[in-house]
Design a protein around this ligand. Structure first.
Ligand SMILES: Cc1cc2nc3c(=O)[nH]c(=O)nc-3n(C[C@H](O)[C@H](O)[C@H](O)COP(=O)(O)OP(=O)(O)OC[C@H]3O[C@@H](n4cnc5c(N)ncnc54)[C@H](O)[C@@H]3O)c2cc1C
Length: 436
């Protein structure tokens, strides 16, 4: 432990996780969060996306548990529903339902606000971490190429300065850093955008006695050119989070129109389940026009004493549920590097290592994005061939539970995507598709 101070900008998932890692090295860690943080689960302005469907992939959950031992149990106490993804998901895609099988690949389902609140409560117990809420970060203080602190403004205060030895930017998609760099004569951060134009609409429904759901999560994935998908996700308090997503500007139906839409699906279960539920909230809309990647690693110059993390690097397609897990993996890299390097002087090696995580998540998401010919952006390698094979995997998983189990392991990121391309697995896919 040194006698230094680290400042973390943003009290989202990334900021909270990083605070745990830095608290072992820095005498004082200060999280600056612009929103008011209440003593209850909340969806707040700076994280309005937290009101939408979120699934915490097993890889991310394992990291949370690694840093905050027992948090899985606390999430369950908070109402999170444990579910074996191999057996607990009723997933319709490519003309059929995935063959279920108990896999032991358990994950937790809950509203996103429960995850954030449970994590924040754990961070609040770390003695050398202070969370300054209702405090907006305004500017960085730079001296001779090193960040020496930040300028902030509290709800009822004038602007003031906080000095520090390290600043981490965890302010998410809207980060001021790219503009700040440009305004201070650093090179421009190269960006890549992939236009997907997804609209999410989400509401809470109660599960009623006698419904058909059996505790399962139901997912209907649209097959291009279809553009509307639905998730009915069991969450805390015997409720469902119902999310309807429209790709490429398709307007997701809600209320009676949603029931009409479900009635026309090739599988009647979606209609039967939702019509046995009671709507408890209005639908809330969130739009994701594009996925965004920022290539900090290509910069020839970057200030010392400063590092970005989480969604500042990359906004993945939410439809693939990787964002939190990507943040978790980035924090693991940061932890590993600060054991050997001075955190205030390691941006080059940090960016180099982070790229591997970002590439893994971004590429997996990119193939999916280009299932639609309307998607605009840089296509990944051999996209048509890979996507044809992915369709074959999905169809095989509708017939063979072991194919589905492998697909689940890759989807929750506990196995590498390359596993889907091993010759024995490819043979299994081929054989399943040959069966009637
Ligand atoms: C619709 C939608 C659905 C998603 N679904 C999933 C999913 O199923 N699974 C999954 O893993 N991921 C999902 N994601 C992605 C996931 O939500 C993000 O990757 C994750 O929230 C990133 O966390 P973060 O802490 O990096 O950024 P954020 O969550 O954006 O947090 C940034 C924080 O910084 C604060 N802040 C911003 N500016 C300032 C400032 N100037 N001063 C002080 N504080 C500031 C904000 O208030 C906020 O608290 C989804 C995203 C969206 C949009």
């Amino acid at each position: 432990m040194n006698n230094k101070t680290a400042i973390i900008l943003g009290g989202g998932i990334s900021g909270l996780l990083v605070s745990k890692v830095l608290s072992k090295k820095y005498e004082k860690v200060i999280i600056i969060e612009k929103d008011k943080l209440e003593d209850k689960p909340q969806v707040r302005q700076g994280q309005s996306h937290a009101g939408q469907f979120h699934v915490l992939l097993l890889r991310g959950l394992n990291t949370l548990e690694h840093y905050f031992k027992g948090i899985t149990g606390e999430l369950k106490e908070g109402g999170a529903v444990e579910l074996d993804l191999g057996n607990g998901a009723y997933w319709y895609s490519y003309g059929g339902v995935k063959q279920n099988k108990i896999t032991g690949i358990n994950t937790l389902l809950s509203s996103r606000k429960i995850i954030d609140y449970t994590l924040r409560k754990r961070v609040e117990k770390i003695p050398n971490v202070q969370i300054l809420d209702k405090t907006k970060y305004i500017d960085l203080i730079e001296e001779n190429g090193t960040i020496k602190g930040v300028k902030v403004k509290g709800e009822n205060t004038e602007e003031y300065e906080i000095k520090s030895d390290l600043v981490i930017d965890a302010t998410g998609r809207g980060s001021l850093t790219p503009k700040w760099l440009e305004n201070h004569n650093y090179p421009k951060v190269e960006e890549e955008r992939t236009l997907v134009n997804i609209t999410y609409k989400t509401a809470i429904y109660s599960r009623l006695e006698g419904g058909l759901q059996d505790g399962k999560m139901l997912m209907y994935s649209p097959t291009s050119p279809e553009k509307i998908g639905v998730v009915i996700q069991p969450i805390e308090n015997n409720q469902n989070l119902v999310c309807v997503a429209g790709w490429h500007k398709a307007d997701p139906p809600t209320d009676e129109d949603l029931l009409e839409f479900l009635k026309q699906l090739p599988d009647e279960r979606f209609y039967k389940v939702l019509s046995a539920c009671k709507k408890e909230s209005d639908f809330v809309t969130y739009k994701v026009p594009y996925c965004l990647r920022r290539y900090f690693e290509k910069l020839s110059d970057f200030p010392k004493g400063f590092l970005p993390i989480g969604d500042v690097f990359c906004n993945l397609n939410p439809a693939h549920g990787q964002g939190i897990t990507s943040a978790c993996l980035q924090v693991e890299i940061l932890e590993e590097l600060i054991k050997k390097h001075d955190p205030a002087n390691m941006s080059e090696i940090y960016f180099k290592r982070i790229v591997k995580v970002l590439d893994e998540c971004w590429n997996a998401s990119a193939y999916e994005n280009f299932r639609y010919e309307e998607t605009i952006g840089i296509k990944p390698k051999a996209v048509n061939l890979v996507n044809k094979y992915m369709v074959a995997i999905h169809k095989a998983a509708n017939k063979d539970a072991s194919v589905y189990a492998e697909l689940v392991k890759v989807s929750v990121m506990i196995k590498p995507a390359m596993n889907l391309f091993s010759p024995p697995f490819m043979w299994k896919v081929f054989a399943a598709n040959m069966r009637k």
